[in-house]
Write a protein of this length. Structure first.
Length: 414
């Protein structure tokens, strides 16, 4: 899934002061206003507006509570979920889910964000109920691998999060604080990741990625600091490139088969949106002939296209009753499956990046991603009617290969 670096203030200081400042690692207040944080300058913390904002004619806004930078994993935030079914006790499922999230279920997306999931998100979840439900639902879905009885609570938390976040997203332009915007973004990320674990979750996966962009755009326009800002710019791509540069080509016989199958869909594409969808997934096969890195970048272009589609056009490409877009989707997901060595490397790069930053978890949840995409493919293949089955031979072959051997395309799913 897909920032710039703000500048800081300058001033003259004595050599002794400069040396003293260099020895002290963190001198900036963590209670400063958002504008000073974004500019990376020290805030005077004057209320109702600091001197920098008054001088610059800016709207001065402070976090509603201090940001917790280091929170031991065993210190679980107090829960404030209002419905009685979620009241917490030491042995409640809620605590189990939350502990799993902190200790084993921290997401590795976006790259370099594990410290955010470990420290910032749990604190935000105390205040924003939809975020708490989203991370509890994600954790429950991951635990379902070994305990299928958790399906009901996983769905319950997900539904509650979706209902609440849809209302909040509709009011995103009116969000009162930057903190609320970041809570919305974290919720959309968590719901996106949980969608991978749901059989028919592809449409919701795409919808919540679009939600991330909606919130990010509104926050950017307000001059806010984005909690997941690195995921929306060039930083994530720069961090990935060293890992991708040495990857071998994806098996070219698979790529040729994919290209031939996708080319066969062209007569079915009747409008500009369908043609663009077709062109983008065909380009993925063309770039996979060049290098795995170019194939990955091409996949990102496809994401970028549908993330910013007008609402009515987006609804058309995810409509399960439209055979052309169902076929385009089945070929897209099948193509992602044969790119397993690339997507595997993306996950590995994120984990290693976080480990170097001193942020690492056991990370059990990502093992289900491969299974989740296979379930998406199986769901899409079932939607193809008898009249169009001849167009879906290649995605059906990919499904059969993965059922026969989950590591068929280079990725082991334990």
């Amino acid at each position: 899934m897909p920032g710039g670096s703000p500048g800081g203030g300058s001033g003259s200081v004595s050599a002794a002061s400069k040396q003293r400042m260099e020895r002290r690692g963190h001198t900036k207040s963590r209670r400063g206003c958002y504008n000073c944080k974004r500019r990376r300058i020290k805030c005077q913390e004057a209320k109702p507006a600091c001197g920098h904002c008054v001088k610059g004619g800016l709207k001065c806004e402070y976090p509603s509570s201090p940001v917790v930078v280091h929170q031991p994993q065993h210190q679980i935030p107090l829960f404030s979920l209002q419905d009685s079914s979620c009241k917490c006790s030491h042995k409640s499922p809620v605590v189990r889910f939350f502990q799993h999230f902190l200790v084993r279920g921290l997401p590795y997306h976006p790259i370099g964000s594990e410290h955010i999931w470990k420290h910032e998100v749990p604190c935000l979840s105390e205040k924003y109920e939809y975020l708490m439900h989203a991370i509890l639902g994600l954790a429950a879905s991951e635990l379902m691998c070994n305990d299928p009885s958790l399906l009901a609570p996983a769905i319950e938390h997900r539904v509650k999060a979706i209902r609440a976040v849809k209302r909040a997203l509709a009011d995103a332009p009116k969000a009162d604080t930057f903190e609320e915007g970041n809570a919305l973004m974290a919720t959309c990320f968590a719901l996106t990741l949980q969608s991978v674990l749901v059989d028919d979750g592809m449409v919701e996966y795409m919808t919540f990625i679009r939600g991330i962009m909606i919130v990010a755009i509104h926050m950017y326009m307000k001059g806010a600091t984005l909690l997941f800002g690195a995921a929306l710019g060039e930083q994530a791509k720069d961090a990935l490139q060293p890992y991708m540069a040495e990857l071998p080509l994806v098996e070219q016989s698979w790529v040729e088969a994919a290209a031939g199958a996708i080319q066969g869909l062209r007569p079915l594409c009747q409008n500009d949106t369908e043609i663009k969808y077709w062109e983008l997934i065909l380009d993925m096969t063309e770039q996979l002939r060049v290098s795995s890195w170019e194939g990955y970048l091409s996949m990102g272009k496809h994401y970028g296209w549908w993330m910013l589609l007008p609402h009515d056009e987006f609804q058309r490409i995810v409509d399960p009753t439209r055979q052309t877009t169902v076929l385009l989707a089945s070929h897209w997901i099948a193509l992602k499956q044969i790119m397993a060595i690339i997507t595997d490397t993306e996950a590995k790069a994120s984990k290693e990046h976080d480990a170097r930053q001193g942020n690492s978890s056991d990370g059990s949840g990502d093992h289900d991603v491969g299974r989740g995409l296979l379930r998406w493919l199986q769901y899409l293949n079932r939607l193809v009617d008898a009249e169009h089955m001849a167009y879906n031979v290649w995605p059906s072959w990919v499904e059969a290969e993965l059922v026969r051997d989950p590591a068929a395309f280079g990725k082991t799913m334990p």
